[in-house]
Design a protein around this ligand. Structure first.
Ligand code: FAD
Ligand code: NAP
Length: 435
């Protein structure tokens, strides 16, 4: 049995560590010269979406791997340099750096008739594997507005995607009029940064969001210990009440009233944006309707002279090395059993391809252990009809709860996901024993 891992970001290194410790024969190919993926600012792979000021928005203890705590000297929300250093230390601590082949891009992964995989890299060689673990990340391929706004071709100013924003060019926003589009975390950070130097900063959005501060009652908002046994409705109600006490209604800041209940969208976390709105340094606007040569017209008919538009409109989930007829995620939607197993295609596993309310890393660690169980024959999947029913039930619940959007196709609740995988691993172990 030989396994191939694609990518050595935080998800890939979790997979590598699990495979290494459990004695599997494997290769891991990483396009960059180092681990850490998105957290390596200006990563030479060109795929990082980090900007100079980026700090995590899931707290340190939420994000760290279970058996390798982040240094106690780190703040609750470390800077990206600290996060990258932590992943670097992780591979040294577990002595897995030499298990990763760096500066090697996987260009093609094709399933053979016998179910194995032929993996080709940009070094020109093709190797055979029995299984493929895909950990190529899902926040590197920018999604621009689809379709583009009318007039965007004629706009004479700067149009850019958040992915390109590094925060390194002090002149980009200085004394200019800037429109930041979106209500996710990229939009919050970039609008705040713009507001300190720009002449005017407009935050445009097609819907409102419940903006969650990083700290509530003196501690990180995501550090309150919730059990998955407490019904999600109760958890959401308590969190919504806490948020209301902490920041009040979004309309008080001039933002649109969210068109969904609290918990109906991926969390937008920012301490600073509400203050910048309250100071009038960020001006809320509805969605962009059209661009002129020097202007942006908004959905309420208002029009502003604008120099720079930053589209913080999210990312596409893509696997450029896979045959798109076999596996693709149109509109970011790829059905998987508990976000790991493909329902039809065996021998392929996904790690980190989920959007938790909470951090990705401990979940990637759990997924990696689960994959090793399956590879070792210690876990057997449920029969196909049960597997399909499980996927459908999970999808139905997610689509019912979340606003319909390309950003809500793989949302999971951290505690519930952990509990569900643990239970499923036990069920699958019993199936394996019976078989
Ligand atoms: C600005 C920003 C801030 C974020 N903040 C948080 C946060 O605070 N908390 C949180 O939990 N999540 C956050 N995220 C989500 C982010 O996806 C995760 O933090 C994390 O980066 C996921 O790790 P990953 O390994 O799955 O993907 P990545 O970090 O993207 O790593 C993927 C790796 O795969 C490699 N790779 C890709 N394709 C190939 C190929 N074909 N061949 C070889 N190698 C390949 C890449 O070089 C890269 O090293 C943030 C995302 C963004 C964009
Ligand atoms: N650590 C941090 O502080 C930090 C910072 C940045 C990003 N991140 C993470 O990185 C990931 C990506 O975040 P993101 O903010 O870049 O993207 P995102 O979460 O996908 O948000 C995209 C935003 O753009 C809007 N949008 C998309 N297409 C649009 C269109 N055509 N017209 C108008 N609005 C449109 C979306 O609105 P709808 O909701 O209506 O679709 C949404 O508000 C998330 O996991 C996020 O948590 C973290």
């Amino acid at each position: 049995m030989k396994v191939c891992v694609i990518g050595a970001g935080s998800s890939g290194i979790a997979a590598v560590k699990a495979l290494h410790q459990r004695g599997f024969d494997f290769d891991c190919f990483e396009a960059s010269d180092r681990v850490g993926g998105n957290w390596v600012f200006k990563n030479r792979n060109g795929m990082s979406s980090s900007y100079r000021s980026l700090h995590i928005n899931t707290s340190r203890e939420r994000m760290e791997f279970s058996d390798f705590p982040m240094p106690a000297t780190y703040p609750d929300f470390p800077h990206h340099t600290q996060v990258a250093a932590y992943f670097d230390a992780y591979v040294d601590h577990f002595r897995i750096r030499d298990r990763i082949t760096f500066e090697t891009l996987v260009t093609r992964a094709e399933q053979r008739a016998d179910g194995g995989w032929d993996v080709t890299t940009d070094r020109g060689d093709t190797r055979r594997y029995d299984a493929l673990i895909v950990a190529n990340g899902h926040h590197w391929d920018p999604r621009w507005p689809e379709p583009a706004f009318p007039g965007s071709k004629d706009f004479a100013g700067v149009q850019m995607h958040a992915h390109e924003y590094t925060g390194d060019d002090p002149e980009l926003f200085r004394d200019r009029a800037v429109v930041v589009l979106g209500m996710g975390n990229s939009a919050m950070d970039i609008a705040v940064e713009s507001s300190f130097v720009a002449r005017r900063t407009f935050l445009a959005a097609r819907r409102g969001a419940w903006i969650i501060p990083k700290y509530v009652l003196g501690r990180p908002m995501d550090s309150f210990p919730w059990s998955a046994r407490v019904p999600i409705g109760v958890r959401k109600r308590v969190q919504a009440a806490t948020l209301r006490l902490a920041v009040g209604d979004m309309e008080r800041y001039g933002l649109p009233k969210p068109d969904h209940p609290f918990g109906g969208a991926h969390p937008t976390v920012s301490d600073d944006i509400l203050s910048r709105l309250a100071h009038g340094e960020v001006e809320p606007k509805p969605n962009i309707a059209a661009l002129g040569e020097r202007t942006v017209r908004f959905a309420d008919g208002s029009e502003e002279e604008v120099d720079v538009v930053v589209y913080c409109t999210g990312y596409k989930v893509t696997f450029p090395f896979l045959d798109a007829d076999l596996i693709a995620a149109p509109d970011n939607d790829l059905s998987l059993f508990r976000r790991v197993f493909h329902p039809e295609i065996r021998g392929i596993y996904f790690v980190g391809l989920l959007q938790p309310i909470g951090a990705i890393m401990p979940l990637a660690e759990l997924q990696s252990q689960w994959i090793c169980d399956h590879l070792a024959g210690r876990y057997v999947l449920p029969p196909p009809h049960e597997l399909r029913a499980d996927i459908e039930a999970e999808r139905a619940a997610m689509f019912k709860r979340y606003v319909r959007s390309k950003r809500h196709t793989m949302e999971v609740d951290f505690e519930d996901y952990v509990l569900g995988v643990k239970q499923e691993r036990r069920r699958g172990a019993r199936r394996a024993a019976a078989a």
